[in-house]
Ligand binder design. Structure first.
Ligand code: ZN
Ligand code: ZN
Length: 276
């Protein structure tokens, strides 16, 4: 057995901090909607999950139902969360809702899904790719990361989701990502926020973990902590590609991830292997 294989078998990825029980429409939280997520989590060996539906569907979120789910599934940690994005139309209401319910929320993800057009998410596949045609990719990257910094500065998020989502369709900047992302990572560190390692990129055209290896290294240099996540839009996607994610964590020497309770961050080991 190689050292890398040994490392991977010692990994226990127990959490998933980006999930969408409602999918892409308002669906009121009910036992029928939520229990399958608990069942799936248990089946794939997760013990700590966060529901992070999009803020535009906040009307479906019911904290009492989350409490009932916790009571029925005492072996799981179930976190109440939300994914706040920069939707120019809906997110003002989303921000208000988060402020109002801050005490009941364990975890808020911040995301950038919109660039210069109010009516179109750039990360829809394949339509969003048209936004890049004939345009300067470096300028688009710079604009995207500027918006990520704005999201980090709202004071309403605990963690930034899919930090380099802008690569989703496979467009690469001409400049080194380091030059483009450094300022953003500095502002994330300065605000003591986490970033997520998301397997969702492996099911998109770019076919790569979010964020890229270089960004992971730059984040580690700054001591920025990571959550791990699948961005599941169905309970069947929970922990998707986690064995592949374990390989990445082993390769980068990431031994700890973080979890949240009432916005408080706790660091947990994901690797049982003793330090050499
Ligand atoms: Zn997202
Ligand atoms: Zn999401």
């Amino acid at each position: 057995m190689s050292v890398d294989q040994l490392s991977t078998t010692n990994y226990q990825l127990f959490s998933d901090y980006h999930t969408h029980p409602q999918g892409h429409r308002v669906q009121r939280y009910t036992p029928a909607l939520l229990q399958p997520w608990a069942d799936s989590a248990r089946k794939v060996g997760l013990t700590d999950i966060a529901f992070t539906d999009h803020d535009r569907y906040h009307a479906g979120i019911d904290f009492d139902e989350i409490d009932h789910l916790r009571e029925r599934n005492p072996d799981l940690r179930i976190r109440a969360g939300i994914e706040l994005d920069n939707d120019p139309i809906h997110s003002a209401a989303g921000r208000k809702w988060i402020e109002k319910h801050w005490e009941k929320l364990d975890f808020v993800l911040g995301s950038v899904h919109f660039l210069d057009r109010d009516d179109q998410m750039f990360d829809s596949v394949p339509d969003g790719a048209a936004r890049f045609e004939g345009r300067n990719v470096d300028a688009i990257y710079a604009d995207y990361f500027r918006r990520v910094r704005e999201m980090a500065a709202t004071g309403l998020v605990d963690c930034l989701a899919h930090l380099d989502l802008i690569k989703i369709h496979g467009h690469r900047p001409g400049a080194e990502i380091e030059a483009i992302a450094n300022e953003t990572l500095d502002s994330i560190r300065a605000r003591n926020l986490a970033i997520e390692l998301s397997t969702a990129g492996w099911r998109k055209p770019v076919n790569e973990l979010y964020p890229s290896g270089r960004i992971i290294e730059l984040a580690m240099e700054r001591g920025i902590p990571f959550t791990i996540a699948s961005d599941a839009h169905s309970h069947a996607q929970l922990a998707e590609n986690y064995s592949r994610l374990a390989q990445k964590l082993a390769a980068f020497g990431v031994r700890h991830i973080c979890v949240f309770e009432n916005h408080q961050r706790f660091v947990r080991a994901v690797c049982a292997e003793p330090l050499l």
